[in-house]
Design a protein around this ligand. Structure first.
Ligand SMILES: Cc1cc2nc3c(=O)[nH]c(=O)nc-3n(C[C@H](O)[C@H](O)[C@H](O)COP(=O)(O)OP(=O)(O)OC[C@H]3O[C@@H](n4cnc5c(N)ncnc54)[C@H](O)[C@@H]3O)c2cc1C
Length: 374
């Protein structure tokens, strides 16, 4: 009897990873049905502030993998097959030209996530994808209907679906998110401190009505995604201000608040000098006061009590990587069931790394299904 060709594929989730997986499968001539409870690629629209930071200019796959607090080792084999260069080539073929910013972030030349969305959707529609708008509630039913099933439901859902299929889930936690603090920092709300430093990690800090946010805090929130709260963080608000005494000597008649204002926003200076006479002249600041002020600047302590709800960019946690074959994306104990994208316990820093995970795991999964279907 002739072997049944394994060419009917059902993908749940028409986000970044689901659509790109469909793209490769369709290119190989397979029959692909994409299910999504929402419109396809809706999740791409807000990325990169509407500009779609679709990759990062790191072309060494091991270096690239270092940008993932969870998933680094797993991604070695994935990125060795499909990483930045292959991503740009894929988009180029779809008519999406890109450019690289000074900070390494890669964007489409159109600076429009809508444009990227339209071009990907045009490709898969022209190749005959079947799109069904529907919420999937059971993996079992899909497994009966399709030869291979891909789950690509992103960072917020899909866990229950997989738990029912016997797949272990690492409890999800918000990452790349603002942090709530016990200290009331409302009076600093809207102020940005440039070039802060927490444990050797540098970046800008934005004070908000709930605590802190901004690039440095996003990175720290990611590193500490599983840390038990409350926990304390020490921020160096002005690493460059190393010799305050020298500055006091150079400007003896400057009020201390104006002198510090050269290094920090006035609102922050006022906050730091609450317990001091902010109008005191530099020459009247004694050694003890100088050291107390310096300590407040270099060791600004905040107590993290939570993450800012609704601001989460990615989810740390998800499908336990021990359950997945990194060469195929197949669930080890459930043949023909695959998991890709943010649903996995993989998350990267800001800069194009999360979409890269989506594109790369989608490719590896598709390649494996194509191989099986032969
Ligand atoms: C505001 C914002 C900005 C971002 N900017 C960037 C950026 O510039 N660069 C970057 O690299 N990353 C960025 N990210 C992260 C990036 O968007 C995600 O990591 C990426 O979209 C994940 O792709 P995915 O395919 O795994 O999941 P998603 O793109 O989230 O897609 C999952 C899809 O599954 C569908 N779905 C879920 N459950 C079901 C179900 N039961 N049945 C049917 N359908 C279902 C959802 O409707 C959704 O369409 C950003 C995220 C946010 C929130």
């Amino acid at each position: 009897m002739a072997q049944k060709s394994k060419n009917k594929i059902g993908i749940t989730g028409a986000g970044a990873s689901g659509c790109i997986c469909a793209y490769w499968l369709l290119k190989a001539g397979l029959d692909v049905t994409l299910f999504d409870k929402n419109l396809p690629l809706r999740t791409l629209i807000p990325t990169g502030g509407g500009r779609c930071n679709l990759a990062h200019a790191e072309y060494d796959f091991r270096e690239l993998a270092k940008n993932y607090p969870r998933g680094e080792k797993f991604l070695y084999s994935v990125f060795s097959r499909f990483s930045t260069a292959e991503t740009l080539e894929m988009f180029e073929k779809m008519g999406i030209k890109t450019y690289t910013q000074d900070d390494g972030r890669i964007f489409p030349e159109s600076n429009s996530s809508k444009d990227v969305q339209e071009k990907i959707l045009r490709e898969i529609r022209n190749s005959g994808v079947k799109f069904i708008q529907k919420e999937i509630t059971s993996v079992d039913n899909l497994m009966k209907e399709f030869d291979s099933v891909v789950i690509a439901t992103g960072g917020h859902s899909g866990y229950e679906l997989l738990k029912h299929a016997g797949v272990s889930i690492v409890e999800p936690h918000p990452a790349l998110v603002g942090l709530n603090t016990k200290e009331d920092l409302k009076e600093l709300s809207g102020t940005v401190v440039k070039g802060g430093n927490i444990n050797g990690i540098k970046g800008d800090v934005l004070f908000t009505h709930f605590g802190v946010s901004g690039p440095l805090i996003y990175k720290i929130s990611s590193i500490n995604a599983f840390k038990v709260m409350p926990y304390k963080l020490a921020i160096d608000l002005s690493p460059k201000l190393t010799d305050l005494q020298e500055k006091l000597n150079i400007y003896p008649h400057k009020e201390i608040k104006n002198l510090l204002g050269q290094y920090l926003p006035q609102k922050v200076v006022k906050y730091l000098l609450k317990d001091f006479d902010e109008t005191k002249e530099a020459c009247k600041i004694d050694g003890k006061t100088r050291d107390l002020i310096l300590d407040k600047i270099h060791n600004f302590i905040i107590t993290v009590t939570g993450t800012n709800q609704g601001e989460e960019t990615v989810t740390a946690g998800g499908v336990d990587l021990d359950e997945i074959n990194s060469k195929t994306m197949e669930v080890k104990k459930v043949p023909n069931l695959y998991c890709i994208g943010e649903l996995l316990n993989i998350d990267g820093f800001c800069g194009g790394f999360n979409l890269q995970n989506a594109w790369s795991t989608a490719f590896v999964c598709a390649e494996s299904i194509i191989e099986q279907a032969k």
